[in-house]
Design a protein around this ligand. Structure first.
Ligand SMILES: [Zn+2]
Length: 404
């Protein structure tokens, strides 16, 4: 699959009142308007119309499709330099070991340059909003310089001894509600980050009203370690990196139940992957209102498995889509991710797939007020797709299958 870069125009109208017209306007995944007009003013959408407003300047985009920018809810730009350099066929642990070694060997300057280049390609891929996760803290400048909207998560892993100064329980993190970019924080995962550190990070993001992100229920290694079965190899690996897990309350739990036990799940927590979930886990996710992001192509490459999207949708869990990094996925494009989902999940409706790529992602990042649909009051930013369509069903077919 190739992202349809040349067929996409990214439109941003910051101030001037005007009306855009297109052959088709996708207001939201369930509402498609033929010959639609979108009036904007002051950088926001005023309304969608089915006929031209009198006396107003019309910008005719063409016969194609006008829609909200896509949301890549989970990615790691700082791993872009490792694209195509890590093995997928030798198991997850080998991939992790290779990633750590190659990231170290590449050096910060190379990683940052590749991250900058990848960030610059997002708009060509139709991505207008991101949930970017950075362990090294080197990607914020790229997003800020390029005016990429979303949430930048500084990711923490290891234990408190590596992140919290002795005698200082407050954990200094730079958090900021901002527009177009907010600065928040993430925990790497239940099997890599101490419960004390996870709790401290979540405490800070909760106090700031920001979303906290964490990988959860992704790998067999993680499942075994949190369950307390066959976890000794992972325990030894963490120990070799200076992380002492002896006091962690693992054992006889799933990763979702473990995070719930720590009090980390609420409607401002974004759980990423959820590749292995039980019925009880689904209940917990629904009860806590936890947001969810899935990265199916990355899961397929690293774990030869796919998340159970139908079960998540059945619980109204509204999963979003992310790509993870270029170290585990072929592109940062969400058109590609939608096409993959469509190909591998025949039972999922096309509006549900488009919702995962737009409105669910905006909500998962806590930015549903501004992004995700073309409703009144949302940002006056659009994708125009140079694509012909005969019916609303044809529009959905083409948008979700990358035929652009
Ligand atoms: Zn990730």
């Amino acid at each position: 699959m190739t992202a349809p870069g040349s067929g996409i125009r990214f439109i941003r109208e910051p101030v001037q009142p005007k009306t855009f017209r297109a052959g088709w306007v996708i207001k939201d995944p369930w509402t498609i308007v033929e010959n639609g007009f979108v009036a904007v003013a002051g950088g926001q959408i005023r309304k969608i119309m089915t006929s031209a407003p009198k006396g107003e300047a019309i910008v005719d985009c063409g016969p194609g499709i006008l829609m909200a920018p896509l949301v890549n809810t989970h990615l790691h730009l700082e791993l872009s330099a490792l694209q195509g350099r890590l093995p997928f066929d030798k198991g997850f642990s080998s991939w992790v070991a290779a990633l750590l070694a190659q990231r170290e060997a590449a050096g910060t300057r190379t990683l940052a340059a590749a991250a900058y280049k990848a960030a610059g390609s997002l708009k060509d891929l139709g991505v207008g909003l991101v949930g970017e996760v950075s362990t090294l803290g080197i990607t914020q400048a790229a997003l800020s310089d390029l005016s990429v909207a979303g949430v930048w998560f500084r990711e923490y892993l290891g234990d408190e001894s590596q992140n919290i100064h002795p005698g200082d329980e407050s954990l200094h993190i730079r958090l900021q509600q901002g527009f177009p970019l907010s600065l928040s924080a993430a925990g790497h995962g239940p099997h890599t980050t101490s419960p004390h550190l996870l709790t401290a990070v979540k405490h800070r993001t909760r106090a700031a009203g920001l979303v906290f992100s964490i990988h959860v229920a992704e790998s067999d290694v993680e499942m075994d370690f949190i369950a307390g079965t066959r976890g000794s190899g992972w325990r030894a690996f963490l120990s070799s990196r200076g992380i002492d897990t002896r006091t962690w309350p693992v054992g006889n739990k799933t990763p979702v139940a473990y995070l719930n036990h720590l009090g980390l799940l609420d409607d401002h927590t974004l759980g990423v992957h959820l590749l292995h979930v039980t019925d009880r886990d689904l209940d917990i996710l629904a009860e806590t209102g936890c947001k969810i992001c899935l990265c199916p192509r990355s899961n397929q490459n690293l774990h030869a498995g796919l998340p159970d999207i139908a079960s998540l949708l059945a619980r109204n869990l509204a999963p979003a889509l992310g790509t993870d990094s270029l170290a585990s996925c072929g592109s940062l494009g969400i058109f590609d991710e939608m096409a993959f989902v469509r190909q591998h999940y025949r039972a999922i409706s096309l509006p549900d797939i488009l919702a995962m790529a737009t409105v669910n992602g905006a909500a998962a990042l806590g930015l549903g007020r501004y992004w995700g649909t073309l409703d009144k009051g949302k940002q006056a930013q659009f994708l125009y797709l140079e694509i012909g369509a005969r019916t609303p069903a044809d529009v959905m077919e083409k948008v979700t299958s990358c035929e652009i």
